[in-house]
Design a binder for this molecule. Structure first.
Ligand code: FES
Length: 105
């Protein structure tokens, strides 16, 4: 059973393979920042610190939103902000294995 952990906390959740990260945590009482829940607003953005390969690859809608977020982060914080960051959207990311992440403001 995959484990999803939130960096900087002691929160670790047992989830089922194939669950969407946002839904999995919401069902277990952990409400992440969110908006549209359909991959277009970017409010549920996360930085996947470990286990990027344990999320199903992003689809077109998620990738488009991530590109916009990257542009926004670069303008606001400089390009170096994106170094070593693996941005995904919690409302779209399907879990295949263990993941460690933090929310991105
Ligand atoms: S909640 Fe809008 S993109 Fe995830």
């Amino acid at each position: 059973m995959p484990k999803v952990s939130i960096a900087g906390t002691d929160k670790i959740f047992d989830v089922k393979e194939g669950e969407i990260l946002y839904d999995a945590l919401s069902d277990r009482g952990e409400e992440l920042p969110h908006g549209c829940l359909s991959g277009s607003c970017g409010a549920c953005r996360i930085d996947v610190i470990e286990g990027q390969e344990n999320l199903q690859p992003a689809g077109l809608v998620e990738n488009n939103t991530i590109d916009c977020l990257k542009e926004e982060f670069s303008q606001k914080n400089g390009k170096e902000f994106l170094e070593n960051k693996h941005i995904r959207l919690a409302c779209r990311a399907k879990i295949k294995g263990d993941v460690l992440f933090r929310s991105l403001k």
